[in-house]
Design a protein around this ligand. Structure first.
Ligand SMILES: *Cc1c(COP(=O)(O)O)cnc(C)c1O
Length: 454
């Protein structure tokens, strides 16, 4: 009988993260100071982020960055995560393709986010920080950081995108269980929030707005740092434990992926599963395809422009070179809250520019069809975000069927959907919609960007 899953031991938890920037033939463009337009140094980032996170953000030389023992110790709560052969899904699809998924849903908070939350909380603690702030979309990042903050004795305030605050009350309860303070964003507690509420009282929030609020609080509170759950290079770095474990597990399975797929919000889980495999492409040893699966309602990699933009709506962050829909782009209220972000991180954007990664955008209804098929075939109810990766994997398998090929497909199951059942209810009730973005809506926002790259 063929193995269903491939299991590593605690001693196999990676001891170092893979820093893709060291291997990139062309380095990503630097972050810029919005006023002077000069490249930022790590020291410039110290007021906002922990010093170690700031250094990692700009480190383009060290290929491997050691994982602190305190972080590995916490990883042991749920890592290594299983690699699973999706034989049930293969059967349901009648495909000869071999489909594998890395199951990051087994973490205590149900997603991959804890991989970076723990590292970032640890670095804050180590330098004597007492308070941290962050944003959260669907609540997964907030939940992860709440657990990490409590472990390291930090006080945490979380700005949660308003639509999710109401749609996903249980994620709020999870954060409160770990002892965090949760505020619906936009809120009246910050200048950025007040401005948006005044202009648009019914605005249901976005990650961009929530980031503005969290950054503002961090900058105006003593001994407080801001912690970000995606987009930035150091977050992607921490997530490489996913791909590094998966690489060993694919070896156990005696296979190597032809295609690696991750769903795409700001890029952290996609980067985490892909970058360790990409280093073999850089070396010329492999020709693996990497596919980012994003929502059709928020298509930055497929329809955005490559330009410098802010990471947040209010324009508080440094300028980041990104595939972006413009920082004022307000994505539709879809159920994949974690993917409702206007831009892609600088590394992924550079790799996209060079044609080293592909991207697909997927309508919401197709993601729930994929999710339901996967749940019935594999038993795990996926997060709406992760369902984009599943849908992309299914497309690849169907294409292989038509072409009579049998590729090895690996995707990241970034989280489970057990706290997203209201979204499934909406799907079963037949009132789920697709949201296509009209081109003028994109142009309106991207036309406002300064031409620095173009
Ligand atoms: C946050 C989240 C995402 C999207 O964020 P990335 O940084 O793009 O990975 C995807 N899946 C799940 C389960 C999430 O919680």
């Amino acid at each position: 009988m063929e193995s269903k899953k491939f299991i590593l031991q605690e001693k196999d938890i990676p001891t170092a993260w893979y820093n893709v920037m060291a291997g990139m033939p062309v380095k990503p463009r630097p972050m810029l100071d919005p006023v002077t337009k000069k490249p930022l140094t790590a020291e410039d980032l110290f007021p906002l982020f922990s010093e170690e996170a700031a250094r990692q953000e700009l480190n383009v030389t060290d290929e491997w960055i050691e994982i602190p023992d305190e972080v590995r110790e916490m990883y042991r709560i749920w890592r290594p995560t299983p690699l699973v052969r999706a034989a049930g899904l293969e059967k349901a699809l009648g495909t000869k393709a071999h489909i594998y998924f890395k199951n990051e849903s087994v973490s205590p908070v149900g997603s991959h986010k804890l991989n970076s939350a723990i590292a970032q909380a640890y670095y804050c603690k180590k330098q004597g920080v007492t308070n941290i702030t962050t944003e959260t979309g669907a609540g997964q990042w907030g939940a992860a950081l709440s657990m990490a903050a409590k472990h390291f004795g930090l006080e945490l305030a979380v700005y949660m995108v308003k639509v999710s605050y109401h749609q996903k009350p249980y994620r709020r309860s999870i954060m409160q269980t770990y002892g965090a303070e949760v505020i619906a964003s936009p809120s009246m507690s910050t200048k950025a929030g007040r401005k948006i509420i005044t202009e648009n009282p019914n605005y249901q929030g976005s990650l961009g707005t929530a980031i503005s609020e969290a950054v503002e609080l961090a900058m105006s509170t003593p001994n407080c740092k801001y912690v970000l759950g995606s987009v930035l290079n150091h977050v992607a770095l921490h997530q490489t434990v996913i791909g590094l474990e998966a690489e060993k597990q694919m070896q156990m399975a005696g296979e190597y992926p032809d295609v690696v797929i991750g769903c795409f919000g700001g890029g952290s889980n996609f980067s985490g599963i892909c970058f360790p495999f990409m280093r073999h492409n850089f070396a010329g040893d492999t020709d693996t395809r990497f596919i980012a699966a994003e929502p059709a309602s928020c298509p930055k990699l497929t329809r955005g422009v490559f330009e410098y933009d802010f990471g947040d709506e209010a324009g508080y962050t440094p300028m980041i070179p990104m595939y972006t829909l413009g920082h004022n782009f307000a994505p539709a209220n879809t159920h994949a809250g974690g993917l409702r972000y206007h831009g892609a991180g600088s590394v992924v954007s550079q790799l996209r520019e060079e044609g080293r990664i592909d991207a697909v955008d997927i309508p919401q209804v197709e993601t729930f069809q994929a999710a339901t098929l996967f749940a019935r075939a594999e038993g795990i109810i996926p997060a709406p975000e992760s369902s984009h990766a599943i849908a992309a994997a299914i497309r690849e398998a169907k294409k292989a069927n038509e072409q009579g090929t049998a590729p090895v497909i690996l995707f990241n199951l970034s989280g489970h959907g057990l706290i997203d059942m209201a979204a499934y209810d909406s799907y079963f009730a037949g009132d789920m919609q697709n949201y296509d973005v009209p081109q003028p809506e994109i142009d309106k926002n991207t036309d406002q960007l300064e031409n620095i790259i173009r």
